[in-house]
Design a protein around this ligand. Structure first.
Ligand code: CIR
Length: 276
């Protein structure tokens, strides 16, 4: 890499580390995804369509400049395509989490060796708390963790201990009642801008950020992801997509209808990171 290019990459890794990524890990959807956990039954996902959407997602990550590891499907774990819940990946190292859903607990153990391939420092939470990656939002200045039905105070405390020494402030916040994960309702658009549902932003947890609210009736659009220069948003939420574009972001819309049937958003489908 040319010296100047390397220098620029170094600078953005230092200042925009919450949305500048060199690597991602994804896992292919299993046929068993029809048994995926869900709060409300709106019909089973079509796994063939889900796989097509997943292929497009991986391709979009590649176009955004990310090197993508695509892991084989794990049939014994219907929700294992939602790799985000298994780990927290920071520049300094990765933390293997403890999913609060009993059927998902062992997914994080299956992720551990793949993290060790890419990181020299991998820390494994030993419990007894629970914490899922969908409840963790990392900005340039802090790690926010939403307490939820899947993430408890003990889990948050254990994560705080695990990342102590890496220089992050960690703040415990609350996921709205009835919402699966904190990030079901919000996403980071840049180091200081958050896309959020009004029910979450009205709690005041983003008072140090610029907030763009999702439109009423378009709540699933809150789970979007900033990847390098673009924002991936789920297709079908035109008012919110328009708001994000009007704010100056370059939006890539992706189909996510099948994952949505089992409460999965775009963020859940990858671990994104730049190991230092
Ligand atoms: C679950 O209930 O665990 C899955 N069906 C959906 C997980 C979505 N993950 C995420 O929001 N990070």
């Amino acid at each position: 890499m040319a010296t100047e290019e390397a220098h620029c990459q170094q600078i953005w890794l230092m200042t925009e580390h919450s949305f500048r990524f060199t690597h991602a890990i994804t896992r292919r959807p299993p046929r068993s995804a029809v048994h995926g956990l869900r709060a409300e039954d709106v019909g089973n996902p079509d796994v063939n369509r889900m796989t097509e959407h997943h292929d497009a997602y991986v391709e979009a990550l590649g176009h955004a400049g990310v090197e993508v590891v695509v892991l084989d499907a794990l049939e014994e774990f219907p929700d294992s395509l939602f790799v985000e819940d298994t780990a927290l990946c920071l520049r300094e190292g990765a933390v293997v989490l403890r999913p609060g859903a009993p059927t998902r607990f062992r997914e994080s153990l299956a992720m551990e060796p793949h993290l060790r391939d890419l990181y020299s420092d991998v820390r494994v939470l030993s419990g007894p708390g629970f914490i899922e990656g969908g409840d963790i939002l990392t900005s340039d200045s802090e790690i926010l963790v939403g307490k939820s039905a899947r993430t408890n105070s003990e889990g948050i405390h254990e994560l705080r201990d695990a990342v102590a020494g890496w220089g992050y402030a960690l703040r415990e916040v609350t996921t709205p009642p009835g919402v699966l994960h904190f990030k079901s309702d919000c996403s980071l658009l840049d180091g200081t801008t958050i896309l959020s549902t009004p029910r979450l932003s009205s709690s005041g947890c983003f008072e140090d950020y610029t907030v763009i609210d999702v439109a009423e009736g378009e709540e699933p659009a809150a789970n979007s992801i900033r990847v390098n220069d673009v924002v991936f948003m789920p297709r079908g939420f035109p008012v919110t997509t328009g708001r994000v574009r009007d704010a100056g972001f370059d939006v890539v819309e992706l189909d996510n209808s099948e994952c949505q049937k089992i409460d999965g958003g775009l963020s859940c489908l990858s671990l994104r990171f730049s190991p230092s």
